[in-house]
Design a protein around this ligand. Structure first.
Ligand code: A2P
Length: 353
């Protein structure tokens, strides 16, 4: 199976079950920490927190990316279909952040799954982002549409994504993509893969925490990325009002969004919060950092360590939120099946193909 989901646990430093006390200084002996990145099978380090740019509109996404890069984000999660790659690319170029310090993800849209359509689609993304390579390219959905169509299912390529995967492997070997992954599927393992999926990007949030998938993925060395981690535009308000989320925020003197983002990192997933509001873009990144300070670390130390480690929520608070999230009936927030006019649910286990 997949080789290297980086064990979150392996870089957790030791420590008190319920947080730490006193001012530990820069030795951080008493800190329980989580990784600020994960290591993929390729050896590449993917930062744990990204700016997600789905639904970040033209005219606002560039400023959001610039704010994010100034704040310290080094990971942008985008896609061809979001229609904003050019503005994202311009913002990245203007930031002056060296390319090798950035993690750029994009996604192959449903109507480019035919092997001969993949490289031109990728090239368009590369041009728009003004880069020579992507750090990660995902098959956006486990659904292929017929060439040029936006809703006519290509049954053959949907039932068998292997030719699509093989073309992506070729593009890794060509140097245009460093890592390839999937989104919302886990069924490629039946084939002999040259490059295994590096990640699986799925919906993970308070409403749809998918504990079984998370467990399976950890056991099989497949890193999960959490999209719509705050409940997306539709349910973010509700997510931020969950009593357990509010309790964590109050006890740690952080905001509810920061509490949720910490929870995702602590679950061992990559988290992709989207915002186009500058103060929120900052808030979503600085919460993890802020927890250092709450625990009494000197500001200078926290700054020094910031890129290296992320402090966990105290076990009791983490467990309480995990229990609350996993004990109500799961509810998926984002499902485009109806909009695409499919006569089945893309998230059903058994497709009538
Ligand atoms: P906006 O982009 O207007 O700032 P998700 O990451 O789950 O997809 O959620 C995105 C939604 O959550 C967007 O509506 C975004 O609004 C909102 N959002 C992002 N960060 C915060 C925050 N820190 N506080 C409140 N709402 C937030």
């Amino acid at each position: 199976m997949y080789v290297a989901y980086l064990a979150t646990r392996s870089i957790i430093r030791s420590v008190p079950k319920h947080g730490m006390h006193g001012r530990p200084g820069c030795h951080h002996r008493n800190l329980t920490t989580l990784p600020s990145h994960h290591i993929l099978p390729s050896g590449d380090k993917i930062p744990s927190v990204a700016l997600g740019v789905w639904q970040a509109g033209k005219g606002e996404v560039g400023a959001a990316v610039q704010t994010a890069l100034k704040t310290g984000y080094r990971h942008i999660d985008g896609a061809w279909i979001y229609g904003n790659e050019e503005e994202v690319g311009k913002a990245i170029s203007a930031s002056g952040v060296p390319r090798d310090q950035l993690w750029l993800t994009s996604k192959l849209w449903n109507n480019f799954h035919a092997p001969e359509d993949i490289e031109p689609a990728l090239d368009e993304t590369l041009t728009r982002l003004n880069t020579e390579y992507l750090d990660l390219y995902l098959i956006h959905w486990p659904i292929a549409f017929k060439k040029g169509s936006n809703n006519v299912l290509d049954k053959e390529l949907t039932a068998n994504p292997y030719p699509t995967w093989q073309k992506l492997e070729e593009l890794v070997d060509k140097g245009k993509i460093r890592n390839i992954g999937i989104s919302k599927i886990k069924n490629l393992t039946a084939n002999p893969l040259k490059h295994k999926p590096a990640v699986n990007q799925v919906e993970l949030n308070y409403f749809n925490p998918q504990p079984e998938l998370l467990k399976w993925s950890k056991e099989n060395g497949l890193l999960l990325e959490a999209y719509s981690p705050l409940g997306s535009t539709k349910q973010v308000k509700e997510a931020l009002s969950v009593p357990e989320v509010k309790e964590i925020a109050k006890k740690l003197d952080i905001t509810p969004a920061q509490a949720l983002i910490s929870w995702h990192v602590q679950r061992g997933t990559i988290v992709l919060p989207k915002s186009v509001t500058p103060s929120r873009v900052q808030e979503n990144f600085q919460g993890l950092f802020h927890i250092f300070l709450t625990y009494g670390m000197a500001m200078e130390c926290a700054k020094l360590m910031w890129r290296l480690i992320v402090v966990t929520l105290p076990d009791d608070l983490f467990d309480k939120l995990e229990k609350a999230a996993t004990s109500h009936p799961p509810q998926r927030v984002v499902n485009p099946s109806k909009n695409w006019g499919l006569d089945f649910d893309v998230f059903d286990e058994n497709w009538p193909l």
